[in-house]
Every structure is written in C-alpha cells, then in structure tokens.
Design a protein around this ligand. Structure first.
Ligand code: AMX
Length: 432
C-alpha cells in the first residue's frame, strides 16, 4: 500500500493537467460581478480563492472533499473499539480526496509520533514564557524552526519540486503540535512534567496524554472528533486565508501557519470558543445556575444592549445551525446528557436565535462550532478556557497545510489583489 507521500506524488501530475484543462475551458468565464460593497464589506461572498480540501455551503455546512461530517464519521477509519474518525484519515482525505485503509492510517500515526519531538531551544523558549502570556501567543511564537523548504529554497530548489519539502515541513509541523500544545498547557496551568509520546498510539491519544487525559477513553474519542471537525472550513476564513496568503510569498509552512494562528486567536474567529465559556460563566454569576428561560433571555438582551456580540452565534457564510455544532451536540447527548453546563448550552440554544432574530442585525442567528466545544472539554476536566483556542489551532493545521502542499504542487502564484481608495471609487463612478 502506498504511503501518503507516494499517493500524492501520483496524484499531482493528474491534478496539474486537471487545472490546466479547467483554466483552458473556463478561465475567461465570469461568475458574478464585483460590487463596491465587496470592498467595504470585508469581501463577504466574493469568489476569490481556490481551496481543494473543503467547500462550505451556507445551508448545509462543510463538506470535506465532498463528504459531510456524518459521512466522515461513518467512512473514515476508527481506532480499535472507537467510534469517532481518526484525524489521520481526515488528513489523508483532505490531501488526496480518498479514504485511506486502516493500515495507511496506522502508518501515519507512527510517522507523526516519530517526528513529534521539538527542538530543545523551543522547549526552553516555552519554559521561559511567563504564564500570563496567552497560550495562543506562546503557540504561534514557538513554531518556526528548521524548515526543509526554507533550506531547499536557499539551495536553489526548482519550482516543480517545491511540494516535497513543503510536505515534509507540514508533516513535521502537525507531528510537533501536540508536544508544543502540551508543554504550554503544563507550563501555564502547572500540571506537572510532560510525558513522552507513545509511537504505538494514535495522534489524538498522544495529544490527550500530553494534556494529562490519556487514560480517559471518552476524552480521547472527543479529541478525535474535535480535530476532525475543526480541521478545515474552506479557504476564506481568517486563519485558512492567512495561511494561504503568507504561504504564497513562499514563506515556509511554519511561518505561514504561525500567521494563521495569529488570526485564529481573534475573538470573532477561533478565540470565540474561549469567549463562549467566559460568557456562560458570567451569565451564571449574574443570574445563578438553573435560571429560568426568561432570565436567560434578559441576559442575552443585556449582552446585545451593551454593544457586545453573543459569542458562538452567527457566521459570515453559514445560514443554518453549524453541522460542527450538531456533531458535538450528538456527542454530548450520547455521553453527558445530564451535565449541567450542557443543559445550559441547550437552554441558550433555544433562546439566543429568537433574540438575535428579533434584534434584526445578525444575518445568521444560529450557533457555530464554538458554542459547543468548551462544554465538552470542561466536562472531562479541561476547564482552562484560555487553552481552548490552542486545540482549535492544532486541528486547523490539518486543513491549512493540506492546501499549502497543493498550492506549491500546482505552482499557485503570489496573492496580490487590487485595492482602491474611497476617492478613486468616487472618481470611477462620476456621472455613472
Ligand atoms: N451577536 C450579536 N451581534 C451579531 C452576532 C452575534 N452573535 N453576529 C452578528 N452580529 C451583528 C454583527 O456584529 C453586525 O453588526 P453591525 O452591523 O453593527 O456591524 C451585524 O450583526 C451583521 O453581521 P453579519 O453579517 O451577520 O455577520 P458577519 O459576517 O459580519 O460576522 C461573525 C460573522 C461570526 C464575526 C459574527 O456573527 C459574530 O461576531 N459572532 C460572534 C463571534 C463568534 O461566534 N465567532 C466565531 C465564528 C466561527 C469561527 O470562526 N470560529
């Protein structure tokens, strides 16, 4: 059976021809006008990027290489005795569009475990960070080290060979993230010495062990589901697009992904999972536990009236409840239906959409992925909410690096859209 790299090497020439044929046939066709509001409106809906791993439909949510989350849960290989997909298989799917065998996935687990160690200077760098530096800031800081691509580039590698060292860097990056994340967790939250990675275990199991939850099979299963659903959400979101943009300058995958993480660290994007827990706790402090629907409704209104957003609700593209929210809800219904915080999350789910709808501003009143992840982590004892976005970051590496590899394999150019000033827009439309 071929390894992931061998499979990719076979697919790349076909895909180069496929892109050539697509451009020859459709290259000059237009789909939708650019209007001035696109420039002022954060480019919402403007078709602008190629992203092969996943496509997001406003009504249906994400599909990874054409497959929905429930389909991935059904078809991707699982750990022995487990019921959630292994993120190793998801990465294979994102890169190749194919479902790997159990053996191919096991090889990938082993490969990542073998690459997992981080350089000593990175360990020291992390150990010297004050615990007051947010875990996400520490996370992006520690990434850049010996890059195979940067080295090959400085030695004059040919453009057609870029993808090889970018693949190696991407594999190293994904493999090392658990050690970096685990170290940050233990340093910041005083959880004792970091154990070593077990090459016989899968990626999610090792990540759980490094965080101190390796003996809890339910938490390990949660990590498998968590990484799978957080991996990729097409190309236009802040983290994915940042990674692609920075990579287009031929910055190596470590630099490109570090930039992506800095975008993920914003409260309107990945930090929303932390914000949701902060908001739920504040609500409990204000109106007490087991509050009535009326009290919750009033609290939601008070959030809106003070000019803040309700974290975990709304989306720039989605117009329905996020299937990533639903997958986590199913997990909770199966494994922790009586959890009091889960009950609050459910109660909020029955109230917030009505309020946002009545308030009349948000285009999508439904919950997104971040409305649910914190309650699951809290249930199993990972209560330090400042750490939540780091786990999102570990997962997002899968989607961002998959596209970086394809961008370099297909020779994607430097990104350089055109900008205008308000004065130049006004001039353009004089007498029109
Ligand atoms: N609470 C209150 N107001 C909201 C809202 C929410 N959850 N969602 C949108 N709105 C407001 C916007 O702030 C905007 O107000 P404005 O006109 O005064 O600027 C108005 O509704 C229209 O916004 P929109 O077109 O519906 O959304 P958008 O594409 O501009 O922004 C998003 C999308 C996610 C930033 C926004 O819904 C939001 O702030 N949600 C809360 C934060 C959050 O959960 N982020 C995580 C998203 C998922 C992810 O990336 N991980």
């Amino acid at each position: 059976q071929p390894t992931l790299k061998e499979r990719l090497a076979a697919l790349i020439p076909q895909e180069i021809e496929n892109v050539k044929a697509t451009r020859a046939e459709h290259g000059k066709k237009s789909f939708g006008p650019v209007i001035v509001d696109h420039l002022y409106g954060g480019m919402r809906g403007l078709p602008a990027l190629i992203w092969d791993g996943s496509v997001l439909d406003a009504e249906e949510g994400i599909r990874f290489r054409g497959r929905t989350i429930p389909e991935c849960q059904q078809f991707l290989p699982k750990a022995p005795g487990g019921s959630e997909p292994l993120p190793e298989g998801l990465f294979w799917l994102l890169l190749t569009g194919e479902v790997p065998t159990q053996e191919q996935v096991a090889e990938l687990s082993k490969d990542w475990a073998a690459r997992a160690a981080i350089p000593e200077f990175v360990e020291e760098l992390l150990d010297r960070c004050p615990p007051t530096l947010h875990p996400m800031s520490q996370f992006s800081l520690a990434l850049n080290h010996d890059s195979a691509f940067a080295k090959a580039y400085s030695q004059g590698i040919s453009k057609k060979d870029y993808w090889g060292p970018v693949f190696e860097d991407s594999m190293d990056l994904i493999a090392k993230l658990p050690n970096i994340a685990g170290r940050i967790y233990r340093n910041v939250f005083g959880q004792g010495k970091l154990p070593v990675i077990d090459p016989a275990k899968d990626y999610s199991h090792n990540l759980a062990t490094l965080l101190g939850f390796g003996d809890d099979e339910a938490f390990v299963e949660l990590m498998r589901l968590y990484i799978t659903i957080h991996s990729d959400h097409e190309g236009g979101n802040v983290s994915a697009h940042t990674g692609k943009l920075v990579g287009s300058a031929l910055s190596d995958p470590f630099l490109a992904f570090g930039a992506a993480l800095n975008g993920l660290a914003g409260p309107l994007h990945g930090l929303a999972n932390q914000e949701v827990l902060v908001w739920l706790r504040k609500m409990q402090n204000s109106i007490g536990e087991n509050a009535s629907d009326e009290a919750v409704r009033e609290y939601v209104w008070s959030t809106l009236k003070s000019g803040q957003v309700v974290p975990g609700y709304g989306h720039a593209v989605l117009r329905k409840t996020d299937p990533r929210y639903m997958a986590q809800r199913e997990f909770a219904l199966k494994r922790l239906p009586e959890d009091s915080l889960f009950k609050l999350v459910n109660q909020v789910y029955t109230i917030v959409p009505d309020v946002l709808f009545e308030a009349g501003k948000a285009k999508n009143p439904w919950p997104n992925v971040d409305a649910h992840s914190g309650v699951l982590l809290t249930h199993y004892g990972l209560t330090q909410m400042e750490f939540y976005t780091v786990l999102f970051g570990v997962s997002r590496a899968f989607g961002v690096t998959a596209q970086l590899i394809w961008d370099r394999a297909l020779g994607a150019p430097l990104e350089r859209p055109k900008s205008y000033s308000t004065a130049s827009i006004q001039k353009m439309f004089v007498n029109k």
